[in-house]
Design a protein around this ligand. Structure first.
Ligand code: 5GP
Ligand code: ZN
Length: 116
């Protein structure tokens, strides 16, 4: 999608602070972090939201969720159960979604946080 902000970040047309990249997933720091650790996990393919997920996305979404704890620890979240992290997928207008390319927020680190 040529006019999608996160497709442009995936393509390197807009700079980002990269956390991880593989064949199907791109992960980068949120530009306005709510928490000491706050990164976004996006599929490289343009999926507008979690509302668009179906049987074709089961593997991709499972791999993204399974990658989250490893990256959270690497980025400085303390281990479970004292530490941990929060995973959020805002979906649609009433779900608070602002960028319409599916993304998983991963937030963690010592409190207080800016939000949440
Ligand atoms: P949403 O509200 O759609 O769930 O979250 C979108 C997130 O993308 C927000 O937390 C916002 O700070 C982040 N964001 C928006 N524009 C950019 C950008 O250009 N670069 C980065 N790294 N994050 C962005
Ligand atoms: Zn996109």
């Amino acid at each position: 999608m040529s006019d999608c902000l996160f497709c442009k970040i995936v393509a390197g047309k807009i700079p980002s602070k990269k956390v991880h990249e593989d064949e199907e997933v791109f992960v980068f720091h949120d530009i306005h972090p709510w928490a000491p650790v706050h990164f976004l996990m996006v599929p490289k393919v343009h999926v507008p939201s979690l509302a668009h997920a179906g049987p074709d996305h089961v593997g991709l979404l499972g791999r993204m969720m399974a990658l989250a704890p490893k990256l959270a620890l690497e980025q400085g979240c303390r281990p479970y159960p004292e530490g941990g992290f929060r995973v959020v997928v805002n979906t649609g207008a009433e779900g608070g979604q602002e960028v319409h390319h599916l993304h998983i927020h991963v937030m963690g680190g010592p409190r207080p946080w800016l939000k949440g």
